[in-house]
Design a protein around this ligand. Structure first.
Ligand SMILES: [Zn+2]
Ligand SMILES: [Zn+2]
Ligand SMILES: [Zn+2]
Ligand SMILES: [Zn+2]
Ligand SMILES: [Zn+2]
Ligand SMILES: [Zn+2]
Ligand SMILES: [Zn+2]
Ligand SMILES: [Zn+2]
Length: 1859
């Protein structure tokens, strides 16, 4: 009742009233009143959209002062010292590695800019998941990086909050929050329960309420404290939320809440207690062992998987583990004790609405809140992940989860706190397991039937979509904290659980080699598999490893290693692996192996542990070695095309596996583990295993023929190369065997730089991430930069011809090539084989350049290795074992004899192995002294295991088993008696033997690697007696590799060898050098010199080096070498295929093939041309001369001949078969963008700055024309100006000509040729067939003479007056034209066609300036303006003047002459009414025509007309070709007018006094001699005439007076007159140059006027030092100058007053324009980015998603934005049409890249902003500071001005108006 009363009152006064009530000591009545009021106001039954309740709350909280005021007051008590600004996705934030403690640290732009980070390693980034500013939080960043505001700790001086200020908030807000919660409860429906489930709608309705909460958090610390209290208070929650009240609605809500809990599979703790469910403890029954062991007995459940791709690949049976790893207390229970908890619950249920997330995060600066919230978050963690797995939009949800969790877990204190108190680690690991358990399948590895191992199914959505990443990233994040990681490493049950998690990935994504058919579907699951291993296994591993770096942490490592081994053992058992791999299987995923390897490496390297103590027994080592070795063999198989049937994806896997980015976690641990195994296992066993695994055992026989049952012939060589390369890598790589971190970094850097020059960023990308990829810190003491400058030189970015933009590059220093180039490291790190080749090419280029090796191709250099860590010394035994030596011997022998499948690469690797052996000696084993045992017959091959002593050991006989057809067999004198050929049965064969056969048999060696491996294996197994019983375990039948096909018929033969390795080496030396006795006996004398000389070179050098090494180290070897060299050898074995010869032949062959290819191409082109020709012939009339209707008097021999680039014929251009120039027509507004000032306009970067377009040439001309049109006759106006400043058509040519009919067939062929891309044939676009330049039209060439027919242009002595008359007569003679115009010839048709093309090139609006659209006057204006545009542009390209001169050749290459001709031909259609012919008014004093009708507007006065335009009009409208004397006459007459205009304009600049003075002084000279050529007299006359009407000079009196601060001198007057006339002279001169081929003579700039005047014949070429006033002496009057000028002036003064007012504006023309410039850009890109990336578009008022900036005019547009699309054209394209007549240059703000729009196409030009390393940063991915590259910007501007975008940039694409 009371409430009803209150409700009716004004809210504000009610609030005030209540507040005072509550402030009393006894506030019970106040409380009651408030409660009642709230009961009725905050009624959850009212729809949330009703904002009345919200208004009430605001008023109640604020009290009497009003909400705004209240906010301000509360804010003044803000004591927060943290920024805490929360942002969402796409926000631009900063990260400073120098200041950050946590790698996740981030700063808002404001805090970043207000802090001092100069010289820091920082970058800008675009937030993906959202984040919050860490400024002020010393847990996450160093205090030195705090901004000014948060460094001051403002909070400390803030007064404490008065009690009553927030009293109302404390009372009202709990009610408000429960109200929100009730809405959330009420609105929630389970996905499956209701059809009309619309969570978004509920959220939308609640938007104002949640926004209000967010507003509250922004009031600062004081309000946050209040909110924290409310949100975390358990009592309030209990009182308000439980629904105990009578309120039915509240009860219903509460039940809804409980059911939501239940439906989520959650039980509240109470309920569980009631049900008496016991909480099983984790670990007791769900340990890792139990988990794995139980897997096999699990029940399988078929899953109907919804694979979006609809492929059956994912249809595998899901396995459900019977013993669950789930700890129910983690997975299934939740209890809410405060508002915060339930709010978070609903936030999760509603899948993280953005507003809610922001609210929850905004509260984080409050420490109490942060702790409670973190705990709450952890408590809900399992529930969050479950929800995530079910979510339809897991991507968005993932981002929002991480947005929150990163804020909580980056803080070490907090993370440790929740780890200790809330079991965070247990929760995370359990949840991870839970997730992966949902998609397990039976492992197919080894024996699928009996496998008890389970792996994740990589085709499940969970893996494919990477849904687990938020969880994994949280886990990695908390493991980065030492205290947390220690907890993890100390907890054995957690470790076991983790290992069982890792084992889910062991052997996943198994590949089975397809043997018959190509795989039907190329599964892409390998992405998911690699991602899963790298993210879920490797990253946590690296995280853990960072905390195992010192002795003190030994125990951790031991524990991990122990569990790794245990889990591995379990795994081997589960997959049923004994000692043989199932054939044709490979998996790249062995995370358990890799964990083991990496912890081993750390233990030895950093923790001083003894390797022996961490290794298992021999049998286990033998097993561990199998799978990594199989990967290495498979890599080789994949490269040898043995897996082609599995599709491209298998290559993808191989490449990903070796990729330098991942190698740290993939190939490197594998190689290391194999090295460990090799160092402990029997070397003979290891070597035989390698060759067996690589399937090349059969190849390793001395026999010339062998049968390989496992490989095709063409695969043998690559596989053998692969095996040898692998052995070289294995025995030479030191990454984990003793190299320091700095050395590793250096080696990685060198190998990448050797492959290619690299940019800084790509190098940074290519260096393996280690150890913690997220930290961005490279290990070792030496920084990346220091190392880089030590090994590489910087090459500054350059702009290459051809348009490609080079970036700043790093290239290896010379001494690096000389000393550090390591081909083995390069091979290890290359994804593509061409990279190895590239490194070798670069290496040989270096050797050639430095003169170290100039002949032939050098071999990969041998590089000495750092010594092995003592623990791994055993690895060297690999190089000193008989098996390897037999292989080496065999291969050397086979290479010498040119057996098939041997290659240079094989020899190279063999030599490498020998040399490694020589350089890495092993201390002698006692074992070598053992006597030879008969069974181990191969032992007698060599006496011991030492390579040095085996080198000179001579092998005499070898027993081989060969097919009956082998040449060895044929050598026998009699055919073999027996075909059964039992090898052991010597007795039978002995019948056929010669006398000493029996002896030979004893000595002959037999060698079988397979037998060897088996024997050794048994030996080893038996040796480990403890394992003896297990060793005899039966092998599963399927695992034995049985060669297909019938066993070949083999016979045993004995070969006589009598060679040692040394003798074979020497023979190979002879073979390679193709010289008998290439090494003399005395060769070894100067050994030391040899060694130095031999660092670089080819195979010969390598052999010499090895021999020298052997000789220095062993006397016996030395003696042996000398002996062999001393012998005279019989002629060298036929060297038909010696490797070097082969190499050169290869090269020759390649060249030959290239030549053939080229010829074929040429032939194709020729045949195409021929077909053009044939089509052309059909229409051709051979009689070309007949068509020439030129005067017969014309000299024929001067006819110009053109070459057709299509048919190759040469001939004149004729009426019937015209030739044309290949041209590109394009509209241009470059001229229009010129300004008065030579300085480029500055791009605005603040709101204050602006660009005014009014002062551009285009705008000025528009204004002038509009002004004229408002007073004068339109047709007259249209002849008094030129247009085309904006949108004029520019014509360019590459200078090539073609028959127009040839061109047509060419276009036809292009139309059919779909391959042609990048231009549209329909629009007439093509590329010049000869030079490939882009073009779009053909400009017909006029038939007849060249421009150089001198006779035609000879200067005549006719008087000017005669010429003037002649010109007048010629103008009447319209219609005469050298091209037949009466009959439609092909030529005239083509000419009209090109005119059409020209018109189509630009937009309509650039052609229609007249008042009557479509009137011929418009067309007339447009046509002569095309000529003007081209002349003006040429002037611009010449630098704005003609001082640099130019030969007539230049005119020939230009197409202006031809263009003029075509235009003239078109213009003949128009005639100028003789009554209005300006020529009359220019040359005659005629009575003024005041007879015009009154209503008709006057013609434009001569003084307002544009002289260059008039010149062009005259030239074009007169009969062609125009005689030069007439041209000169035109120029002279127009110069008179131009000069008069100059005088008039000048006089206008005078102050009235000056004008008076000059007028007076000039009058005196009027009667002097030559007064008509005296500027004073003429100036005075003009002033007098113009002063006849007051208005002319009166109008802008104020303006000139401002300008005339200085007094005009004769010199300044002359200068001013010259400047005024110069543009006219330049244009005339250029025109003369093109029409008559006259040379342009260069001159100094200050003499340009006299130079040009002389060139035009206006001035005597002889210098006139006496009279520097050239300008007046150029005048040439045919009638009285004064009378003519009076007439011109009277045209102006005779105008009506209103018009006269404007006449001054029209008189004072601006004729000089500076060169065009793009906008001036700031040096630092950040200046642009900060201003524009959040600037709103002026058109749509929104901040564009892709903002762009026009670099010509500074307009800001929405790239691709639908918001600003009009008529189906996006804003950027639209702007390019209006600003640049279809050419646009835009800077994409968010990408720092420039795009060019040209018509319907666009291209990415590149960036003009580069980072400190000279690199672009497209899309600002790296976010490093960028600086303007002035050179690049100049290039851009130059391309714009010269219209060469089309030619220089190659990658164009259509934009479909969508930019
Ligand atoms: Zn901030
Ligand atoms: Zn700050
Ligand atoms: Zn910093
Ligand atoms: Zn042709
Ligand atoms: Zn060309
Ligand atoms: Zn623009
Ligand atoms: Zn826009
Ligand atoms: Zn827009």
């Amino acid at each position: 009742m009371m409430a009803a009363l209150l409700l009716r009152r004004d809210k504000k006064s009610t609030a005030a009233h209540l507040k005072s009530d509550l402030n009393r000591t006894d506030n019970s009545s106040g409380v009651r009143q408030l409660q009642e009021l709230l009961d009725s106001v905050l009624n959850p039954e009212k729809p949330p959209a009703d904002t009345e309740a919200l208004d009430w709350c605001k008023c109640l909280i604020a009290g009497e002062e009003g909400f705004e005021e209240f906010c301000k007051t509360v804010r003044s008590y803000d004591n927060a010292t943290l920024c805490g600004l929360v942002w969402t996705a796409n926000f631009v934030a900063y990260r400073c590695r120098t200041c950050g403690i946590s790698p996740c640290m981030s700063l808002c732009a404001e805090c970043f800019n207000n802090g001092d980070h100069t010289g820091h390693d920082f970058n800008m980034f675009r937030s993906q998941a959202g984040g919050a500013c860490d400024c002020g939080d010393s847990n996450v960043m160093r205090e030195t990086g705090f901004c000014r505001r948060h460094r001051l700790r403002t909070g400390e001086n803030v007064p404490s909050v008065p009690r009553d200020l927030l009293l109302m908030s404390e009372m009202v807000l709990p009610r408000f929050i429960i109200c929100i919660i009730q809405y959330l409860r009420d609105g929630y429906t389970e996905p499956d329960t209701s059809a009309e489930r619309d969570l978004q709608k509920v959220l939308q309705q609640l938007e104002p309420q949640i926004t209000f909460l967010e507003e509250l958090t922004k009031m600062g610390g004081a309000m946050r404290t209040v909110l924290t209290k409310i949100l975390t208070n358990q009592q309030t929650f209990k009182d308000l939320s439980m629904g105990q009240e009578e309120n039915v609605f509240a009860k219903k809500n509460y039940e809804n809440y409980l059911s939501a809990l239940k439906n989520s599979g959650l039980v509240s703790v109470e309920e569980k207690a009631q049900n008496g469910a016991a909480e099983p403890t984790r670990g007791s029954e769900t340990g890792a062992l139990g988990l794995l062991g139980a897997a096999a007995s699990s029940s399988s459940e078929s899953s109907k998987e919804e694979d979006q791709d609809g492929q059956s690949i994912g249809q595998r049976k899901r396995v459900k583990l019977s013993s669950s790893t789930k700890d129910p207390s983690i997975m299934d229970s939740l209890k809410h004790k405060c508002f915060l908890e339930e709010l978070l619950f609903w936030t999760i249920k509603y899948e993280f609405p953005q507003k809610m997330v922001t609210f929850l995060l905004n509260m984080l600066p409050d420490q109490d809140y942060k702790i409670t919230f973190t705990k709450t978050f952890v408590q809900h963690y399992a529930f969050i992940m479950k929800t995530l797995m079910k979510s339809q939009e897991s991507d968005t949800m993932s981002n929002r989860i991480v947005h929150i969790s990163v804020q909580l877990f980056s803080n070490e204190d907090l993370a440790r706190h929740v780890t200790e108190e809330c079991q965070l680690l247990d929760i995370m690991v359990t949840v991870l397991l839970y997730m992966m358990e949902s998609c397990l399948i039976k492992s197919e590895l080894q024996d699928e039937e009996n496998s008890r191992h389970v792996v994740v199914n990589c085709s499940e959505a969970l893996l494919k979509n990477n849904t687990y990443w938020p969880l994994v990233s949280d886990f990695i994040n908390i493991l980065s904290h030492q205290s947390v990681a220690k907890k993890f490493l100390e907890d054995h049950s957690l470790l076991m659980l983790w290992m069982s998690f890792v084992s889910f990935f062991q052997g996943m994504n198994l590949n089975k080699r397809e043997l018959s058919e190509h795989v039907e579907f190329e599964s892409q699951t390998y992405y998911a598999a690699f991602a899963a291993e790298l993210e879920a296994c490797a990253q946590p591993m690296w995280g853990l490893l960072t905390h195992c770096k010192v002795k003190e942490t030994q125990e951790y490592t031991k524990t991990v290693v122990r569990y790794c081994l245990e889990t591995l053992q379990i795994w081997f058992d589960a997959i049923g692996f004994v000692d043989e791999l199932a054939p044709n299987q490979v998996t790249f995923h062995l995370p358990l192996h890799r964990y083991y390897a990496m912890f081993l490496s750390k233990a030895v390297k950093c923790q001083g542990l003894d390797l022996e103590s961490l290794l298992p027994d021999q049998e286990m080592l033998m097993r561990i070695m199998v799978h990594p070795l199989q990967i290495q063999a498979s890599l080789s198989e994949i490269h040898s095309n043995m897996w082609v049937r599995n599709g491209l994806q298998i290559k993808g896997q191989a490449m990903t596996y070796v990729q330098s980015h991942f190698c740290n976690s993939m190939i490197d641990p594998d190689i290391f583990l194999l090295q460990v195994c090799a160092s402990r296992l029997d070397p003979d066993y290891f070597i035989s295993s390698v060759f067996e695994r690589f399937k090349v055992v059969d190849l390793l026989t001395m026999a010339s023929v062998h049968q390989n049952t496992a490989l095709d012939g063409e695969q043998e060589r690559p596989m053998l190369e692969g095996a040898l390369t692998f052995l070289v890598i294995l025995s030479s790589l030191r990454i984990h065997l003793g190299m320091a971190d700095d050395e590793i970094l250096r080696a990685e850097m060198v190998s990448q730089l050797c492959m290619n020059d690299r940019t800084h960023s790509s190098l940074l990308d290519l260096i393996p991430e280690n150890p913690n990829p997220k930290s961005g810190i490279v290990p070792g003491s030496c920084s990346f930069e220091e190392m880089l400058s030590a090994v590489a030189d910087f090459k500054a970015p350059v702009f290459e011809l051809g348009g490609s933009m080079q970036q700043g590059m790093y290239t290896p220093k010379a001494e690096v090539w000389e000393k550090e180039f390591d081909p083995i490291m390069v091979i290890l790190r290359t994804v593509y084989r061409r990279d190895v080749q590239s490194a070798m090419d670069r290496y040989s280029a270096f050797l050639k350049q430095s003169g170290m090796h100039t002949t032939g191709n050098p071999w990969p250099p041998y590089k000495e290795r750092t010594p092995l860590h003592p623990c791994y010394k055993g690895l060297d035994r690999l190089l000193h074992c008989k098996t390897l030596h037999i292989v080496i011997f065999t291969l050397l022998y086979k290479i010498w004899l040119d057996h098939s499948n041997m290659s240079e690469h094989v020899l190279c690797m063999v030599l490498y192995l020998i040399e490694l052996g020589l350089d890495n000696q092993v201390e002698e084993d006692k074992g070598d002294e053992e006597p030879c045992i008969e069974e181990h017959c191969h032992d007698s091959w060599f006496p011991g295991t030492n390579l040095l002593s085996n080198l000179h050991h001579v092998i005499n006989y070898v027993r081989v088993r060969v097919p009956e057809t082998a040449p060895e067999v044929k050598r026998e004198r009699e055919p073999p008696a027996s075909t059964s050929a039992e090898a052991s049965n010597f007795g039978q064969n002995s019948r056929r033997l010669t006398g000493n056969w029996r002896e030979n048999v004893r000595e002959a060696q037999v060698f079988s690697l397979v037998a060897e491996r088996r024997r050794k294996f048994q030996e080893i197994i038996n040796r480990s007696s403890t394992e003896a019983s297990q060793a005899v375990r039966p092998k599963s039948s399927s695992t034995r590799w049985v060669p297909p096909g019938t066993p070949p018929q083999l016979v045993t033969e004995i070969l006589e060898i009598h060679e040692s390795m040394l003798s074979l080496l020497i023979k190979l030396h002879q073979k390679l050098s193709a010289k008998q006795n290439s090494l003399s006996a005395t060769w070894l004398e100067d050994m030391d010199a040899n060694l130095n000389r031999h660092a670089h070179g080819d195979g010969i050098t390598a052999i010499e080096r090895i021999l020298t090494k052997a000789a220095t180290r062993s006397h016996q070897s030395k003696r042996s070498i000398q002996e062999i060299c001393g012998k005279v050898f019989p002629p060298v074995a036929p060297k038909k295929n010696s490797p070097t010869a082969k190499k050169t032949m290869d090269k020759e062959e390649r060249r030959q093939r290239a030549r053939e290819r080229q010829q074929k191409l040429l032939a194709e082109f020729a045949s195409r041309q021929k077909s053009f020709m044939e089509t052309a012939m059909d229409v051709e009339s051979p009689d070309t001369e007949a068509a020439m209707d030129l005067g017969a008097s014309e000299v024929k021999e001067s006819e110009v001949l053109y070459d057709c680039v299509i048919c190759g014929q040469s001939g004149p251009s004729t009426e019937d078969r015209p030739t044309g120039l290949v041209v590109l027509l394009q509209a241009s507004s470059v001229l229009g963008h010129r300004c008065k000032s030579d300085e480029a306009k500055k791009l605005p970067t603040t709101d204050e700055e602006r660009i005014y377009p009014a002062d551009t040439c285009g705008a000025a001309h528009d204004v002038r024309l509009a002004l004229m049109q408002s007073f004068f006759k339109d047709s007259s106006c249209l002849q008094s100006v030129s247009i085309g400043w904006d949108g004029g058509v520019y014509v360019q040519t590459c200078g090539h000509t073609l028959h127009i009919d040839c061109h047509k067939s060419y276009m036809e062929s292009l139309r059919n040729d779909q391959v042609m891309q990048g231009f549209s044939v329909d629009k007439g676009e093509f590329t010049c067939p000869l030079c490939r330049q882009f073009a779009n039209s053909v400009l017909p060439c006029r038939p007849g003479r060249s421009t150089e027919v001198v006779s035609w242009h000879m200067p005549s002595n006719k008087k000017t007056s005669v010429l003037v008359k002649e010109v007048e007569d010629l103008q009447e003679q319209l219609g005469f034209f050298p091209v037949s115009t009466t009959t439609e010839s092909n030529l005239s048709k083509e000419m009209e066609l090109v005119i059409k093309d020209i018109k189509n090139t630009t937009q309509r609006k650039y052609m229609d300036y007249g008042k009557n659209p479509g009137s011929p006057d418009n067309d007339f204006l447009f046509m002569y303006s095309v000529a003007r545009t081209n002349l003006e542009l040429e002037l611009v390209h010449r630098g704005g003047n003609l001082c640099s001169g130019g030969a007539s050749g230049a005119a020939k290459r230009s197409c202006l002459n031809q263009l003029f001709h075509v235009l003239a031909m078109h213009m003949r259609l128009y005639s100028i009414d003789s009554a209005y012919n300006p020529w009359t008014r220019l040359t005659q004093v005629a009575p003024s025509r005041d007879n015009c009708l009154d209503d008709e507007r006057p013609e434009v006065p001569m003084l307002f007309r544009d002289c260059p335009s008039l010149l062009i009009i005259f030239v074009l409208t007169m009969p062609q070709p125009l005689r030069k004397e007439h041209f000169i006459c035109l120029v002279r007459m127009l110069y008179n007018l131009q000069y008069t205009q100059a005088l008039a304009a000048l006089s206008a600049k005078f102050s009235p006094e000056e004008r008076q003075a000059w007028s007076t002084s000039g009058t005196l000279k009027k009667n002097a001699f030559n007064a008509e050529k005296s500027y004073e007299a003429l100036l005075s006359h003009v002033i007098t005439e113009l002063s006849k009407v007051k208005t002319v000079y009166d109008v802008n009196t104020d303006e000139p007076s401002m300008l005339s601060s200085s007094v005009w001198s004769p010199q300044s007057i002359e200068y001013s007159l010259q400047q005024f006339c110069l543009p006219y002279l330049r244009l005339s001169c250029l025109l003369q140059h093109h029409l008559y081929g006259d040379n342009l003579s260069g001159c100094p700039e200050e003499e340009e006027f006299s130079g040009l005047a002389g060139c035009l014949g206006l001035l005597d070429p002889a210098p006139q030092p006496s009279n520097p006033m050239y300008s007046a002496s150029c005048l040439d009057w045919t009638v009285s100058a004064f009378e003519l000028m009076s007439q011109w002036c009277s045209e102006v003064t005779g105008l009506a007053d209103t018009q006269a007012e404007k006449s001054m504006t029209l008189l004072v023309q601006d004729l000089q324009w500076a060169s065009p410039h793009l906008l001036h850009l700031p040096d630092n890109y950040n200046t642009i980015f900060q201003y524009y990336h959040k600037k709103a578009c002026t058109a749509c008022k929104k901040v564009p998603k892709d903002p762009a900036l026009c670099l010509v005019c500074g307009t800001f547009v929405c790239l691709k934005g639908l918001c600003c699309k009009q008529h189906g054209i996006c804003e950027c394209v639209w702007h390019s049409q209006h600003c640049g007549a279809a050419t646009g240059i835009f800077l994409l703000i968010n990408a720092s890249v420039i795009i060019i729009i040209r018509g319907h196409r666009f291209c990415l030009w590149g960036s003009v902003y580069l980072d400190a390393h000279g690199e672009e940063d497209r899309d600002l991915r790296r976010g490093k500071p960028l600086f303007l590259c002035v050179e690049r910007y100049r290039v851009l501007e130059q391309q714009w001005v010269s219209h060469t975008f089309d030619h220089i940039n190659k990658r164009w694409g259509p934009h479909y108006n969508g930019l």
